[in-house]
Design a protein around this ligand. Structure first.
Ligand SMILES: Nc1ncnc2c1ncn2[C@@H]1O[C@H](COP(=O)(O)OP(=O)(O)OP(=O)(O)O)[C@@H](O)[C@H]1O
Length: 604
């Protein structure tokens, strides 16, 4: 997520580049070169649409050509029959793009994975047939002639003026695109790309995020179609085919799909490259395909990825190196939360004929640590998934404070104040430690996308609040010195701490910990015990599923033992360690509570 330049420096460079491009026709640039830049800008808009969905959201959607076609035909029809005003046609193209995006994205995004790639690709294959069905209006296979020159505020635009409008519109889109991906909305996409389960756990609706991204990505593709329609005053469905899909895909892969400016680099290569010369035209599809495979195999995040790595090797390491380690500072405390108890009552859950939970009920008191223990298959994970909203209970109720949360989807449970960590920490690639902690606020402290895209005051306010909250949380966790370090590179113990920080950042009143100590060494466990104590002091209700009974004895206020989907016993750790039912049950099963010998725990 870290950009090579600061936002201000990048803005100045961008304005300078756009200024030079806009001035070209008036300083005697060759019209052929102006046309080449026009083609690059149009293709770059379409490629940016793919970069947004594929690179940032991790969804392979191939419908850019269909949306481009919609933008082109809507503009051409409007220009021929009503008005050739460029701004009106651009606006209508965007509306058409959003409509087609929502219509074609809904089923694929709901089903996910390859379904989206296939449905979106299928829509592209339909383009020529649809154009032919409306042959009289849209010109059919023969093409649509006589598209008038575009105008602006009643004045016809010259070729040069049309070029200037295109450059300015494309520059504005790329600025908005960059602002979105370098904001919490970009972080939300990286979280989603890492795992939809994680996205829901931080309170973001997976479907809504995908849908918004998909619809947003239609905007540049639709505008590209509009400009393309006016460029040659002629439109043919013949060129809106699989070739164009492959050109866009190859440009995205070559330029770097996880890059804003990679779209421009990739588009430039595809337009300027030797493969675009007429001699290659008959082999174009094969050539693009080869280009695509080579780019995909040899380049990690394309040319933009190479540029980033080179820059990092030269300047980045110094900036990202951890500062001197500091112990968790006493002045940094976790923000106080209003204690809320978790009440589980008569909860049942079956998988087919397997009764995983059968009338489970207990209370995890507010501001206390409750441990959930039991042998393998006793239903601990199922219960955690029910509380988090990943599963629905067949019977019973789950309440946080006085609010029922059973039956809510996972992202809404998270927004009610339930945070969690995972057995294998889920830390998205591409985010620093500070940014990862901030992702905990995605669901609980929403900021409108428009505010981030246009850098409105709400964006800056949220940024300042996030920085202050992150500083406090990293201070309390002892992670301040790692703030700028890529989070995914950290050791297991630090990533577990980070997950706790993320849950705290969201203001969670209840934090569910799934085997939080597994794989940690003695010193990591000591740090963890200290942090969990601080969280409890801040009023957070903690429920932990733990195999390590020695740890349970060290930190839990209350222990609930599950066996075969029922509560076998509950009490404080000492009571449980000597509880006759627990001892007889587990001694009979080898003296273990989920792998930890009670006898060993007792002797420690
Ligand atoms: N998604 C699922 N589909 C079918 N059966 C499941 C599913 N999840 C859990 N079960 C079954 O429910 C029962 C309880 O499993 P669960 O994973 O909740 O136990 P656990 O106490 O967490 O075990 P472990 O300590 O091994 O993680 C087991 O019999 C398991 O096979």
């Amino acid at each position: 997520m870290k950009s090579i330049l600061t936002g201000r420096q990048l803005g100045l460079v961008w304005i300078a580049v756009v200024g030079v491009l806009v001035a070209l026709p008036w300083v005697g640039a060759d019209p052929a070169n102006i046309r080449l830049i026009t083609l690059i800008a149009i293709l770059a808009l379409s490629v940016s649409a793919l970069n947004l969905t594929l690179g940032y959201a991790g969804e392979l959607a191939l419908n850019q050509v269909a949306i481009y076609a919609a933008g082109a035909y809507v503009s051409a029809y409007t220009a021929i029959n009503h008005s050739a005003d460029l701004l009106l046609c651009l606006a209508l193209s965007v509306v058409a793009a959003l409509a087609i995006g929502l219509l074609t994205g809904a089923p694929g995004l709901r089903l996910g994975g390859w379904t989206l790639a296939i449905t979106s690709f299928f829509v592209v294959l339909l383009v020529p047939s649809v154009v032919n069905v409306f042959g009289e209006t849209l010109g059919g296979f023969a093409g649509l002639n006589g598209i008038p020159l575009p105008s602006l505020f009643g004045r016809e635009l010259s070729t040069e003026e049309f070029y200037v409008v295109l450059i300015i519109v494309a520059a504005l889109w790329f600025a908005v695109f960059r602002n979105i991906v370098v904001s919490r909305h970009g972080s939300a996409l990286l979280v989603l790309k890492e795992s939809p389960v994680l996205a829901a756990a931080v309170g973001t609706s997976v479907y809504r995020t995908k849908m918004v991204t998909y619809a947003l990505s239609g905007i540049p593709a639709g505008m590209a179609g509009c400009f393309a329609a006016f460029l040659d005053s002629f439109l043919s469905p013949v060129s809106l085919n699989i070739n164009l899909v492959i050109v866009i895909l190859a440009a995205s892969i070559l330029g770097g799909s996880m890059s804003v400016y990679g779209a421009i680099v990739g588009a430039a290569i595809m337009e300027i490259g030797p493969l675009r010369t007429s001699a290659f035209d008959q082999y174009a599809t094969i050539a693009y395909g080869v280009f695509l495979v080579i780019g995909g195999l040899l380049l990690r995040n394309g040319i933009a990825g190479i540029a980033h790595r080179l820059w990092d090797a030269r300047f980045g390491a110094r900036r990202r190196r951890p500062a001197a380690e500091e112990p968790p500072a006493a002045e940094f405390r976790f923000p106080e939360v209003e204690g809320r108890a978790l009440r589980i009552s008569k909860v049942g859950k079956s998988f087919g004929g397997n009764r995983a939970l059968d009338g489970v009920g207990f209370v995890a008191e507010a501001g206390r640590i409750t441990a959930l223990v039991g042998p393998n298959g006793s239903g601990k994970t199922t219960l955690m998934n029910l509380v988090s909203g990943y599963y629905r209970a067949d019977q019973g109720t789950i309440e946080l404070g006085d609010r029922p949360i059973s039956g809510l989807p996972a992202y809404r449970v998270a927004r009610c104040g339930v945070g969690r960590t995972f057995q294998t920490p889920m830390v998205p690639h591409g985010l620093t430690v500070a940014e990862t902690i901030t992702t905990g606020r995605l669901g609980s402290h929403p900021v409108p996308m428009i505010a981030s895209a246009l850098r409105l005051p709400a964006h800056w306010r949220a940024l300042a609040e996030e920085a202050e909250s992150g500083r406090r949380i990293m201070g309390a966790l002892g992670l301040s010195h790692l703030a700028g370090v890529p989070a995914a590179d950290l050791a297991l113990g630090t990533r577990r701490m980070l997950e706790l920080g993320r849950a705290v950042a969201g203001g969670s009143a209840l934090i569910l910990l799934d085997e939080v100590a597994s794989g940690l060494d003695e010193s990591d466990i000591q740090d963890l015990v200290a942090v969990l104590g601080k969280l409890r002091d801040a009023g957070v209700t903690i429920v932990l599923v733990e195999h390590n009974f020695a740890l349970v004895r060290a930190i839990a206020d209350h222990v609930v033992v599950l066996a075969e989907g029922r509560v076998l016993a509950e009490g404080d750790p000492e009571e449980i360690a000597t509880h006759p039912d627990v001892v007889s049950t587990y001694l009979g099963a080898g003296g273990e509570i989920s792998g930890t010998r009670l006898a060993t725990a007792e002797s420690e």
